[in-house]
Design a protein around this ligand. Structure first.
Ligand SMILES: Cc1cc2nc3c(=O)[nH]c(=O)nc-3n(C[C@H](O)[C@H](O)[C@H](O)COP(=O)(O)OP(=O)(O)OC[C@H]3O[C@@H](n4cnc5c(N)ncnc54)[C@H](O)[C@@H]3O)c2cc1C
Length: 337
């Protein structure tokens, strides 16, 4: 990783040699409560004495992974994330692919794919869901429904609720941030990262880079760059091709390979995906209870699942989404006549 003094270090070296940097990874802070209950994470960290360099490290790692600019992230929610251990430590990859998880939870269920919900009418004694697929319009009726639409879709108003959702629920949906997330994907016909290096942080945009083919027996190398919040907005504004070129320029500079040329590249913007309309949810300052408010059932008829309804430290993840589905199912079972 590139440190503020311009030197290139492995993560282990950087953490051992630079305690100021290590603090932004370990979060071994003397926690003090945020001012007035909550404040922007930037202000909170500055209040703890973070230097400009430490703020910059936090911006490109913690905030970039949290899917929003440091200034807009809730300090109270971040402290909860930094100290929560209930979801276990570290990252894991499902080697057989995420499909296997979906196949497991979908086993035995009747799933109607490629069917777009347009309207949820909960005015009557049951719930009427209007949808359409390639064949035409459809209506589903049920005593209760679980709404697992992404936060971005809920915010867009593309699915109409009739009657409108209670004001408090709609307000919580509107206030919780749906982060902007992009990936720049490059394929090279040769290995490009130095031997033994699978990922790096850059001070430039995009800040976070890794190789999904690291340790795999493949010809060439795939490289992913990940950017969210203001980093992502800046690259999106350039347009796909210019953003890919800007990313490639950063990669060339960081690796000292000015002639590096990919054989394929792709720009992926989740905020522009019709059925996502964003990356994942982020708690704004003062928004600690928003996810719990969204998760609250309405009239014992509308139940809520999805990452944005998980408890704060679990939200914005696959395990949070999974747990939220189990929670919604048990709420329905507990309410069953
Ligand atoms: C770039 C990126 C990187 C991430 N990295 C990680 C990671 O490393 N680890 C991790 O744990 N999590 C990660 N996440 C977060 C994780 O992917 C999400 O939290 C999780 O997938 C959310 O699941 P969900 O069921 O809430 O929503 P989704 O998986 O988005 O499911 C919502 C479903 O609703 C469907 N839908 C939308 N509109 C309609 C409609 N009108 N009618 C019918 N269906 C509709 C969509 O097609 C979709 O199938 C990442 C997310 C992104 C974007």
């Amino acid at each position: 990783m590139r440190l503020a003094d311009g030197s290139l270090k492995t993560m282990r070296e950087a953490r051992q040699l630079h305690p100021d940097f290590d603090l932004t990874r370990s979060w071994a802070l003397n926690f003090v409560p945020p001012k007035d209950g909550d404040e922007p994470l930037t202000d909170y960290l500055r209040g703890l004495g973070f230097s400009d360099d430490q703020i910059q490290y936090t911006r490109r790692s913690w905030a970039n992974a949290a899917c929003e600019a440091l200034e807009r992230i809730s300090a109270a929610a971040s402290i909860q994330d930094m100290t929560d251990t209930t979801a276990g430590e570290g990252d894991f990859r499902i080697l057989a692919g995420y499909d296997t998880l979906i196949e497991h939870v979908a086993a035995g269920l009747e799933i109607h794919l490629n069917t777009v919900v347009k309207r949820i009418d909960w005015s009557g004694s049951d719930v009427r869901v209007e949808a359409s697929n390639a064949v035409g319009d459809l209506v589903y009726r049920a005593d209760r429904v679980v709404i697992a639409l992404p936060l971005g879709v809920l915010q867009s108003g593309k699915v109409i609720f009739s009657p409108a959702l209670p004001a408090e629920k709609q307000d919580a949906i509107d206030r919780l941030i749906m982060g902007v997330a992009i990936k720049l994907l490059y394929v090279f016909d040769q290995r490009v990262l130095p031997s033994g290096i699978g990922a790096f942080y850059s001070p430039h945009n995009p800040p976070m880079w890794w190789s999904p083919t690291f340790t795999r027996e493949v010809n060439g190398e795939a490289i992913t760059a990940f950017a969210t919040g203001d980093w992502a907005r800046e690259l999106i504004a350039l347009g796909d091709e210019a953003a890919l070129q800007a990313g490639l320029d950063v990669l060339r500079r960081e690796l000292g390979l000015p002639d590096l040329q990919p054989i394929a590249s792709h720009f992926m913007n989740w905020a522009a995906e019709e059925f996502s309309l964003g990356g994942y949810s982020v708690v704004p300052v003062g928004g600690m209870n928003l996810r719990a408010q969204i998760a609250e059932p309405v009239n014992s008829k509308l139940f809520w699942a999805g990452e944005h309804t998980a408890k704060n430290p679990w939200a914005a993840t696959v395990h949070g989404a999974y747990a939220s589905g189990k929670r919604a199912a048990s709420e329905i079972l507990n309410k069953a006549d």
